[in-house]
Unconditional design. Structure first.
Length: 262
C-alpha cells in the first residue's frame, strides 16, 4: 500500500512527459505548417510581382510604340502636309498678283484664308501629337500663344496671370488636348458674343489641382439664353477628364473655370 503513491507518482510524471511531448509535437507541426504557408504566400506574391512587372514592361513597350507612331505622324504631317499647304498658299498669292478681276481676287482671298486656317489647324495637331509637350508649362505657353495670336487682330486686350505653377508637372495628351479645345471655344465665344474689350487668362496650381480661368468684362450671358453647343461640348470634355467646369455671368462679364487633377 505504501508503494502505490510512488507508482501513481511515476505514472503521473510519465503521462505528463508524454503529454508535453505530444503538445510540443503539435506546436512543431503548426509552426512548420505556418512556415510553409508563409513561404507559399511569399512565392505567390513574388510570382504576382513578376507578372505585374511583365505587364508593366508590355505597357511601357506599347506606350513607346505609340509615342514613336505619334512622332512619325507628326513628322509626316509637317513634311508632307505642311509643305503642300505652303505651296498652295504661294500659288494662290502668285495668282492674285496676276488676277485683274475683282471677283476672282475675292475668291483667291478666300482660298488664302482657308489655307491659313488649315496651317493653324495643322500646327495645333502637331502640338497635340508631340509627347514632349506633356507638361503644364508647355500647355500654358501654347495656350497663351494661341490666345495672343487669336486676339491680336481684335480690340480685345489680353491679361494673364500664373500662380504657383510647377512647369514640369506631367499632364496627359488627352488632358491638354481637351483643355486646349475648351480654351479655344471660350476665347472664340468672348470674341463673338461678349462685346468685351478685356480678356483675362489665369492659371493656378495647388499640389495636384490645376485650374484654368477665362474671364471677360463683356455683357455676360442673358438669363433667357439657352445653353449652346459650345458650352455643352466644354462640359462634356471636362466630364471625360473627371474634371470640373463652372460658368458664372455677372455685370460686367462672364467667367469660366476649368479644374482637373494632374
Amino acid at each position: 500500500m505504501n508503494q502505490l503513491p510512488e507508482e501513481f507518482k511515476f505514472t503521473y510524471i510519465l503521462a505528463s512527459i508524454i503529454m508535453l511531448f505530444f503538445v510540443g509535437f503539435i506546436i512543431f507541426v503548426v509552426l512548420m505548417y505556418n512556415r510553409k504557408q508563409l513561404l507559399y504566400l511569399k512565392e505567390q506574391q513574388l510570382k504576382e510581382a513578376e507578372h505585374q512587372n511583365q505587364l508593366l514592361q508590355k505597357e511601357l513597350e506599347k506606350q513607346k510604340v505609340l509615342e514613336q507612331e505619334r512622332e512619325r505622324i507628326s513628322h509626316d504631317m509637317h513634311d508632307d502636309l505642311g509643305a503642300g499647304i505652303s505651296a498652295l498658299k504661294l500659288q494662290a498669292e502668285f495668282l492674285k498678283q496676276k488676277a485683274e478681276d475683282d471677283e476672282l481676287q475675292s475668291d483667291i482671298d478666300e482660298l488664302l484664308k482657308t489655307s491659313e486656317e488649315m496651317n493653324i489647324s495643322m500646327r495645333e495637331m502637331l502640338w497635340s501629337l508631340n509627347s514632349g509637350n506633356d507638361t503644364l508649362g508647355s500647355f500654358i505657353d501654347y495656350a497663351m500663344l494661341y490666345t495672343r495670336n487669336f486676339l491680336k487682330k481684335t480690340k480685345i486686350v489680353l491679361l494673364s496671370q500664373c500662380e504657383n505653377i510647377t512647369t514640369e508637372t506631367p499632364i496627359s495628351t488627352e488632358m491638354r488636348r481637351n483643355l486646349f479645345l475648351c480654351l479655344k471655344e471660350a476665347v472664340n465665344n468672348v470674341y463673338k458674343h461678349s462685346h468685351a474689350d478685356t480678356l483675362k487668362l489665369s492659371f493656378s496650381q495647388e499640389k495636384n489641382n490645376f485650374s484654368m480661368k477665362i474671364s471677360d468684362n463683356g455683357i455676360g450671358i442673358p438669363d433667357d439664353q439657352k445653353e449652346g453647343n459650345g458650352l455643352r461640348n466644354m462640359k462634356r470634355r471636362m466630364n471625360e477628364l473627371s474634371g470640373e467646369y463652372n460658368i458664372s455671368s455677372k455685370d460686367p462679364g462672364t467667367c469660366l473655370i476649368f479644374k482637373i487633377i494632374v
